[in-house]
Design a protein around this ligand. Sequence first.
Ligand SMILES: Cc1ncc(COP(=O)(O)O)c(C=O)c1O
Length: 360
Amino acid sequence: MTPITPQPGIMEIALYEGGKSAIAGRSDVLKLSSNENPLGPPPSAVAAMAEAAQRAHLYPPTDHADLRQAIAEIYGLEVERLICGVGSDEVLQFICQAFSGPGDEIIYTEHGFSMYPILAHMAGATPIKVAERERVVNVDAILAAITDQTRIVMLTNPGNPTGTILPLSELERLADGLPGHVILVLDCAYIEYAVDHDGGEELARARDNVIMTRTFSKLYGLGGLRIGFGYGPKALIDILTRIRQPFNLSVVQLAAAEAAARDRQWATDCIALNTAQRARLTGGLRQFGIACDDSHANFVLARFADEAEADAAEAQFRASGILVRQVKGYGFPNGLRITVGRSEDVDRVLEAVALFRKAA
Ligand SMILES: Cc1ncc(COP(=O)(O)O)c(C=O)c1O
C-alpha cells in the first residue's frame, strides 16, 4: 500500500508559539505578551457584534463590500484594490499560496515575523532568512539575496519584535531594486502606531509588485475575532480573490471590523495612549540600565545583558503576575518583548523591574 504523505514542506513547519495567557494560581495576570490593545475591543464594535449575532443564521456577503468600502473611505484607498482575510495572516497565506510553490524562494529578514517561514513551507516554497543590521532591516542584504528563484520578499514594518522601522526612502530603494517578477509584501500590522509613515501605501498604489497588509488585531482591539486586509495592484488582488473562500469572514467579523474602522475617536485615543505610555516604558527601562531601541509599534523590545539575565527578569515578571514575551526564536535570547499597556500597567512593569534590579 502506498503510504500517505503530506505535501512537500509541511513536515518542515515548526508549530507557531503564541504569547502565554495564564499563570497557574493567579487571577490578577497582566498579559503583555501578544501586543493586544490594553483597552479591549471598541464598544462600538461590541455593539455591532451583538446586532450582527441576530443575523447569524444568514450566510455573510462574499464580497465584503461594506467593510471594503469603510476601509477605502477611511484610509483613502480604492475598493477594487482591497482584499479581506481571517487576520492579515490569511492574506499573507493567500500571497504565498498564489505566487510561490516548490522550487521558489521567499525572503524574510532575521528578526521578521515567525509566521513567514511557516507560510512559505505551507506553499511548498523555501524560506530564505536574510541578516538585519543592528535590529533594522537591511535593504542591501535583501537585494543581494535575490535569485532567479525568488518570488516574494516579506517585510515587517515596523518590525516585530524589534519595533524599528524602515523609512519610506528605504522601502522605495528596495522596491526599485527588485526584479519585476518579485512581489514585495509590506506587513504593516503595527503601522498605525508609527508617526508620519504611510506604511508604503503610496508604493503599493504606484507599483505593480507591492502589496501592503494591515490588521484589525492591534489598534482596533479585535485580535480574537481575526480580521485583516491587503491592498495592492488590482491584477494581484484579483488573483488572491480566486483562492479566498467565499465565506471566509462571518457576519459578526464583518460588522465588528466595519464599526471599529469607522470609530475614528477610538483609534485616535488608542494611538495617543500608546504614544504616551510607550515613551514612559522606554524611558523607565533605560533608567534601570535596560537597553531598548525607540519603538514605532505598541511594544518595546527590552535587551538584557545576556540570556541568563533575561530569563531572570522574565521570572520576576511572572512572579509579579505579568506575562511578557520571550523572543529567543526571533534571534534575541537576551530579549523580552513587552506590550505597551495603560498607565497603571506600565507602573506595574516598572515596579517589577525595580524589584528585579534590587534583588540582583
Ligand atoms: C508582524 C505581524 N504580522 C502579522 C500579524 C498577524 O496579524 P493578524 O492577527 O491580523 O493575523 C502579526 C500578529 O501578531 C504580526 O505581529
